[in-house]
Design a protein around this ligand. Sequence first.
Ligand SMILES: NC(=O)c1ccc[n+]([C@@H]2O[C@H](COP(=O)([O-])OP(=O)(O)OC[C@H]3O[C@@H](n4cnc5c(N)ncnc54)[C@H](OP(=O)(O)O)[C@@H]3O)[C@@H](O)[C@H]2O)c1
Length: 269
Amino acid sequence: MTPQLPGATWIIGCGKMAGAMVAGWQRAGVDFSEALAVRPSGNPVEGIRTLQRLSKMGGKPRLVLLGVKPQKLDEVAPTLAKHLNKNTILVSILAGVEIASLRARFPQAGQIVRVMPNLPVSEGRGVVALTGGDGAIDALFGLLGTVVRTDSEADLAAVGSLAGAGPAYVARFIAALAKAGVERGLAPETADRIALETVLGTAAMASASGETMASIAVRVASPNGTTQAGLEILDQELDQLVSRTIAAASRRGQELAEAARIDSPRSLA
Ligand SMILES: NC(=O)c1ccc[n+]([C@@H]2O[C@H](COP(=O)([O-])OP(=O)(O)OC[C@H]3O[C@@H](n4cnc5c(N)ncnc54)[C@H](OP(=O)(O)O)[C@@H]3O)[C@@H](O)[C@H]2O)c1
């Protein structure tokens, strides 16, 4: 049986990421008829009653999905805190913001679970890292893809830096591949399709067989052949480039974590 929401559910901020989670859950058959979402813009969330202001909500939710940007946390916290009690499971997807910072703002909440999802959750193909809580709602996250439960918030950040941000990096790589195809004379739509299918096919093949990436590269690149000539350029910079990319994102995560600490002199903006 499909795991269901544990009771009245509020989604505070339902933009790109929380919206993708909702889409993934709806796709899997989760019932949102008792859920409410807040979006100040008034944009609807398909299949969920949506309000523009948190102050219009009444009652005590069993599950809260906090889906705002970290910079909006202090805008929603005082009002939201009044509705929470020890039965509330508070799930935060805010990058960087630590459980202690959430607990300081929501002392009444029961469990606090930090989750770092990525956008492919909408297709049930996401990676969802989580930490905190007693695991009671982990099955719900299993509907969204691969769940990685981490023992520490440092590990959560590490998974988030790969998986949470990863679709942006992969998207850039696919676009770069397509651009190179256009430079070689392909029509843009053809190059886009070929680049996407090449990445999808490689990932599907590796996932099905368990073959390592190193082995796949060896199978494609015959010694002294065309791919080998290409890899000699790519290998000079790719590892370092990706490492520096992820380090920069991690530093920003640390800044957000620091700014969200309740006694921090820095602001979340
Ligand atoms: N995007 C990702 O791939 C990703 C991955 C992992 C984690 N995250 C985390 O997900 C969170 C949201 O990111 P996002 O990319 O989804 O941003 P987003 O698309 O801008 O969504 C933010 C949501 O917050 C709502 N909001 C703004 N002010 C509010 C308020 N005062 N009260 C209630 N709701 C309010 C917005 O409402 P409107 O829709 O009406 O504008 C919007 O629905 C961030 O904390 C981020 O760290 C994102």
